[in-house]
Design a binder for this molecule. Structure first.
Ligand SMILES: NC(=O)c1ccc[n+]([C@@H]2O[C@H](COP(=O)([O-])OP(=O)(O)OC[C@H]3O[C@@H](n4cnc5c(N)ncnc54)[C@H](OP(=O)(O)O)[C@@H]3O)[C@@H](O)[C@H]2O)c1
Length: 229
């Protein structure tokens, strides 16, 4: 996941630094994707504006420990709290979601959940699926951090969608299990992604009704709703 994301972010012109438990491996991988730096996680994290966490769930605490001071750093959580060795069985957590646990572990960081439900195999292909851009849901409590991550999602070619506060990760993490299941059932082709469909909003406070979206798109003001007596 990390490498595929790094490749896309490098292509979008970002200054990407790759961290690994083995600094030499980090260097090799950085060279492979054209990243500006590769080395240990600690060295890669120095002065980072945002850190993308893309390690197996069971290694999250150890990885966070190596990252040093995370005060104000935007920590992008792509992980899913799967039982070790599984990509569908979610762990029984002592808290509501993996992302919220990560926020507890890295108290000073600004945790944003993103990309967790996109199969890494898709990142290695063209973004569009039959002419449609897949959606990447973003959840976090810090709106500025979410805005930056939405920009990164956009730069990787996907469509960001605000899923709300970090607690929405409770809904996003099971989605990853769904996507893995769909992928397995279709023979591991990495062909499935999520797309959020949204009806156009009507005027301030207006609620869409069946058919209103089509009228608005055609430049026609929908008639007012009949008031209930
Ligand atoms: N693969 C996907 O399609 C996908 C999609 C969405 C989200 N995710 C999430 O992204 C995270 C990473 O997934 P992945 O498929 O990229 O995992 P992965 O290939 O198994 O591991 C990614 C990297 O994590 C590092 N790592 C650190 N501690 C480790 C440990 N104890 N055991 C193994 N590797 C360790 C390894 O790099 P070094 O050896 O260089 O340290 C490894 O190359 C997971 O939490 C996953 O749920 C994955």
């Amino acid at each position: 996941m990390g490498l595929a994301l790094a490749r896309r972010l490098v292509a979008a012109g970002h200054d990407v630094r790759l961290g690994s438990r083995d600094p030499e491996r980090g260097c090799e991988r950085a060279a492979k994707v054209g990243a500006a730096f590769g080395g240990s996680c600690a060295a890669a994290a120095v002065d980072a504006e945002a850190i993308i966490l893309a390690v197996p769930w069971h290694s999250v605490p150890r990885t966070l420990d190596t990252l040093g001071d995370l005060e104000n750093v935007i920590l992008v959580d792509t992980t899913n709290p799967f039982v070790e060795g599984s990509a569908t069985d979610l762990c029984e957590l002592p808290g509501p979601s993996g992302a919220e646990l990560i926020q507890e572990m890295a108290r000073d960081a600004r945790v944003v959940k993103a990309w967790n439900h996109l199969y890494a195999g898709l990142l290695r292909r063209s973004v569009d699926i039959d002419g449609s851009k897949p959606t990447i849901f973003i959840a976090g409590d810090d709106s500025e951090a979410k805005e930056l991550v939405a920009g990164l999602v956009f730069d990787t070619g996907y469509e960001p969608a605000d899923a709300g506060e970090l607690s929405s990760a409770r809904y996003l993490e099971p989605l990853a299990a769904l996507m893995t299941t769909l992928d397995r059932n279709s023979g591991g082709d990495a062909i499935h992604a999520l797309k959020l469909l949204r009806r156009e909003r009507l005027g301030a406070g207006g609620r869409g009704r069946e058919g209103d979206g089509a009228l608005v798109a055609a430049g026609i003001e929908p008639p007012p709703a009949a008031s209930a007596a």
